[in-house]
Write a protein that binds this ligand. Structure first.
Ligand code: EPZ
Length: 417
């Protein structure tokens, strides 16, 4: 297995170009199932998770042409509604084919996605919503079997705001009979990006980006040609890296509008941030001020930025309380950061981070996608060398991350294992 080696102590400087967002591309590529023609997508990131969903869509009968960042998908030949365990287990977001398959094929058999390192990740709200649209749902042998001669619009209230739950239900409702109202819907930019693509396909959706989304069912949808929005989590990761190293980094091809919570928090820590139309310039301060953070659904502070921000607090000048309110087990990176000299105490879903003068490089292990990124960040400021193993977690969600960091002056390299 590959390793990434980082030598600490370099201030980052220069420009980095952000790739398309994994968490927007996944539902948008799944939405191709709703059409019987050729869809073309640009700015698609070359990631393991994208490969996984393309393999699944091909298994279902779609014709795929991939030449990153361009992807073509023609779902006219859809001839299968079975998403098997050996494909779904590789990427739990495969559950995003459930809604569109049911809408297009009237049937779907999708392996139940297991949990993952950060939590149980149930899909009960996806299934409850589909039942309310008239689907018959059976759970057996580790699969969800759903069928519906005709989905009918209904009122659906999500007990908790769920990103892929909102996306699955939007994709099921666009071809349903009548009106569907999703209440307590997720407001993430990736949900809005999917809604915009569906509207371009001919769907009638309003309220996307708010907590009440209304969908008027239509008889059919047409293929589209769209570009994937920039990845706000990748952008945020590089913003934090600049603040962490006292650097001066221009983060290009991003949507500053989607990074409000992080901009606000980074400014509180003393970083200077200049906001452009499609870029952000982040200048790190000599002294990093400790601040408290609580993860919340968008537009609150993103849970996917929690591990990265924790590293910044590890070398700040005081104490920081970090509360993780979205997932029940998203402090796995703490033990690895402790091995690098961080002073962190965890109690339930709260971590108390006491800043230390410096961290020290060490062999560490990646455990989940965003925690892996936090280990690279820690390596950037640690004294000595950090060897990160199990970097396949990183490759799921960051395109050429070590090349991008090296382009900013980091002493970082990948050792093929
Ligand atoms: C999406 O996951 C993202 N993944 C995650 O990014 C992200 O961390 C998460 O949203 C929160 O922003 C994709 O978009 C592919 P949720 P998702 O449903 O949709 C509970 C990354 O690193 N819940 O919004 O699975 C759930 O347990 C990944 O790119 C239920 O209880 O997250 C959690 O506590 C990690 N029942 C909360 O809701 C359900 O049916 C939010 O989860 C669904 C969710």
């Amino acid at each position: 297995m590959d390793q990434i080696i980082v030598e600490g102590g370099k201030r980052l400087a220069g420009e980095v170009v952000i790739s398309g967002a994994k968490n927007a591309a996944l539902p948008i590529l799944a939405s191709s199932l709703l059409t019987d023609g050729q869809n073309t997508y640009s700015n698609v990131p070359a990631l393991k998770d994208i490969e996984s969903i393309l393999v699944l869509l091909s298994h279902l009968g779609s014709r795929i042409e991939s030449n990153y960042p361009f992807i073509r998908i023609d779902a006219a030949g859809l001839n299968n509604y079975d998403a098997p365990y050996d494909l779904v287990r590789k990427m739990r977001a495969s559950i995003l084919v459930l809604g569109p398959l049911l809408a297009r094929m009237k049937r779907a058999k999708v392996s139940l996605p297991g949990g993952c390192a950060i939590g149980a990740r149930p899909i009960n709200l996806h299934l409850k919503g589909l039942s309310l649209l008239g689907a018959e749902i059976e759970l057996q042998h580790g699969y969800v079997e759903a069928r519906a001669d005709r989905l009918r619009g209904n009122e659906i209230f999500f007990d908790v705001s769920t990103v892929t739950g909102t996306e699955n239900l939007m994709m099921a409702a666009v071809l349903a009979e009548g009106t569907t109202v999703l209440r307590n819907a997720a407001r993430e930019p990736e949900v809005v990006a999917l809604a915009e693509v569906l509207k371009k396909m001919g769907a009638k959706i309003s309220g996307d980006g708010t907590s009440v989304v209304t969908i008027e069912g239509v008889p059919s949808l047409s293929p589209v040609s769209v570009s994937i929005l920039p990845d706000r989590i990748e952008a945020g990761t590089f913003m934090i890296a600049s603040a962490l190293t006292g650097g001066n980094v221009v983060v290009k091809h991003c949507e500053p509008e989607h990074l409000g919570a992080l901009i606000h928090k980074l400014r509180q820590t003393g970083a200077e941030i200049e906001i452009g139309r499609d870029r952000l310039t982040v200048c790190g301060a000599d002294e990093i001020i400790s601040v408290d953070v609580k993860t919340l659904p968008y537009p609150g502070f993103a849970t996917d930025m929690q591990a990265q921000f924790m590293v910044l607090m590890c070398v700040a000048n005081g104490q920081s309380v970090i509360s993780e309110t979205i997932f029940e087990n998203r402090f796995i990176h703490v033990s690895e950061l402790r091995r690098m000299g961080a002073d962190i105490t965890v109690s339930g879903n709260t971590a108390m981070v006491r800043g230390v003068p410096h961290m020290s490089g060490a062999p560490v292990m990646a455990t989940d996608l965003r925690a892996s990124a936090s280990l690279i960040l820690a390596g950037l400021v640690a004294h000595g060398q950090t060897e990160i193993s199990r970097v396949y977690h990183l490759d799921r969600g960051y395109e050429s991350i070590e090349r991008k960091f090296a382009g900013l002056g980091a002493a970082i390299r990948r050792v093929r294992g």
